[in-house]
Each structure stands twice: as C-alpha cells, then as structure tokens.
Design a protein around this ligand. Structure first.
Ligand code: EPU
Length: 302
C-alpha cells in the first residue's frame, strides 16, 4: 500500500513521522518473510491520533508493527501501511522499584538495564527477541514468569476511543499469551514494578535461562519463536516431535530439528510455504491427538 495522498505526505514532518517507501517486511521480521509496503515511523506518541485520522481520510488501512519477532507476514504488495514507534532516548527511566519503559524499547536491553540497577523478576525473558510493546500485548513469558505480573500502568492508543489512554494494571487482563487489549490498540509505554534483587543474583538467573534456551531452541536461525500455543496440560512441541515431524519442510520452511514448535526459514521461504507447513502440522496433530492447536505467532495474511 502506498502513501501517496499529498495532504498526508505534507503533514508527516510536523507530526514527527518518517516515511519509508516500499519497506520490506522480510527485513523487519525475525522470520525473514513478508512483502512490501510503506512504513511510517512515529517519534511522538501524541501525534498518533492525528496521524490515524489522516490515514482514515486517505482510505489507508494500517497495522502496528512491534519488533517483528512473533510475526508471519504475507507475501507481495501488502494491503496496509505499517506503523512503527521509533525508540526515544532514554527508553527506560527508573524511579525506586518502578521502571517507565517506552513500548519501542528492546525487551532484552530493558531487562539487563533494570538488572544492572538491582531490579529483577524478568530473568526468564532475557532471550526473548522483540520490543517491550510486543511482549506486553502478547503477555510474553518463559520459565515460569510473564511480563503481565509486573505491569502497573500502560499508556495505549485505543482505537475504540481514538485517544491515548492510561490504563491501570488492574484494568487489563493478562492470560497465557493473551491480553484484553483490542487487536487495533497500540502499546505506547508501560510502568513496571519490579522486585529489588542484587545484580549478581539476577545475573545467575539470566545465565540459567540462557543456557536452557540455548540447549533447546534454534537461536541462530530465522524463526518467530513458538508457532503454536501449548494447549492446557499439553506441549505442542512434544506432540509435533512425537509424530516425527522435525525436519518436515515445505520449500525453505522447516520444522526445526532442535525444537519442534519452532518453524524456521532456512533460506528463501515465503509466507505461502510457512502457512502450508503450519496447516499441515496442525492437521496431523489434530488427527493423532484430537487437539486443535492455536497459533501463538501472529499472522498478517493478505
Ligand atoms: N519437547 C520435546 N520435543 C521438542 C520440544 C519440546 O519433546 O521438540 C518437550 C520438552 O522436552 C519438554 C516439553 O516438550 O518436556 C516442553 O518444552 P519446552 O520446555 O521447550 O517448552 P515449551 O512448552 O515448548 C514454552 C514456551 C516458550 C518458552 C519456553 C520456556 C509456549 C508456546 N512456548 O515452550 O516460548 O521459551 O516454554 O519457558 O508457551 C514462544 O512463546 O515463542 C516461546 C518460545
């Protein structure tokens, strides 16, 4: 989708929005899959309501992109423009046990920054790629913790009210890889309350999680993390593995040999390949275990 309306293009500099023409989503996602569209990089939260009004009046549909690490995007020319927050400096501000973090902040860097200031709790998230906003929307978690437990306030652009709102932690429900945010809400910033812990102790926790991750997940390869959610009481990875599907491929889309719930792009996989592999594996698990696996990865299909 192209941003061509001259009125819209002329308004962008004042809104603090940078236009990148024909951006490749394959380059902006960890799977390395996705077509092209115009990308709008936002430097001022406050300009979002105005920008979205302009997009609406130009008839341009949009999608919000975080770090692109849990996302499978369709191929070819995409039918929406993509909005992404640019990270401000500084993107994490600490006050006592509270961390005020911009949604565009890198998740891993935020965890280490807090750790260096003796604020812990998020050790499990250390190897999870992506932004804080993405982690928040999905309620990212690993090794027994989830980010939602530490959220006290969220600054969000709410599509329903078309306004920026501050929500208290209690107003949001955080479940397993799911939150009560609407699909078209845009995360802007979050206030976390973190337990005090000496840096050395946090570092030990981080090392243990890193080690577990390295030994069980295909870290160096292009992936979007786990493809399916774990059904209650079951493990998607174990079921896929038990069916002997590691290595199963469609084109360059392949079930990882290391962790069966990670599907990797070994070369030039397209969305069509990856989607075909996902639906094949899903059907096989359904036949064998009578379980309907739900996607954990977010799919922007055209
Ligand atoms: N397993 C196999 N074969 C495999 C993969 C796993 O037999 O190919 C078995 C493991 O041996 C273990 C069980 O399945 O007994 C669970 O595996 P693992 O500990 O790797 O955890 P998981 O349930 O597959 C979840 C999250 C991960 C997170 C890890 C660590 C989901 C869908 N996945 O994986 O999150 O990193 O726990 O806490 O909840 C993600 O969200 O993208 C993600 C990778």
């Amino acid at each position: 989708m192209r941003v061509e309306d001259p009125k819209l293009v002329a308004a962008l500099p004042e809104l603090g929005v940078e236009l990148r023409l024909r951006a490749s989503l394959a380059e902006l996602t960890s799977l390395g899959i996705g077509g092209t569209t115009d990308l709008l990089r936002i430097t001022k939260h406050e300009s979002i309501p105005g920008l979205l009004r302009l997009l609406d009046s130009s008839g341009l549909p949009h999608r919000f992109l975080g770090g692109g690490s849990n996302l499978l995007v369709g191929d070819g020319e995409l039918p929406w423009v993509v909005l992404q927050l640019a990270s401000p400096e500084p993107d994490v501000v600490l006050q006592g046990n509270f961390a005020q973090v911009d949604a565009a902040a890198d998740l891993g860097r935020m965890v280490t920054y807090c750790a260096k200031h003796d604020l812990g709790g998020m050790e499990g998230l250390i190897g999870v790629p992506g932004t804080v906003g993405g982690a928040l929307r999905m309620n990212a978690g690993a090794y027994g913790m989830q980010i939602g437990s530490y959220v006290r306030e969220v600054k969000v652009y709410r599509a329903a009210s078309r306004r920026i709102e501050i929500l208290k932690g209690e107003q949001i429900s955080f479940e397993y890889r799911h939150t009560s945010f609407a699909a078209d809400d845009m995360m802007l910033a979050v206030k976390l309350e973190l337990p005090s812990k000496p840096f050395k102790e946090i570092l030990q926790g981080i090392r243990i999680c890193n080690e577990k991750r390295r030994s069980s997940q295909p870290l160096g390869q292009k992936s979007a993390g786990c493809i399916f959610k774990n059904p209650p009481g079951a493990s998607a990875g174990r079921m896929i593995d038990e069916l002997g599907l590691k290595g199963l491929s469609v084109g360059d889309a392949r079930v990882s040999d290391r962790h069966a719930n990670f599907f990797v792009n070994t070369g030039k996989a397209g969305a069509t390949d990856m989607l075909a592999l996902i639906s094949d594996v899903r059907a096989r698990v359904n036949t064998a275990f009578h379980m309907e696996l739900e996607h954990e990865v977010v799919i922007w299909n055209v």
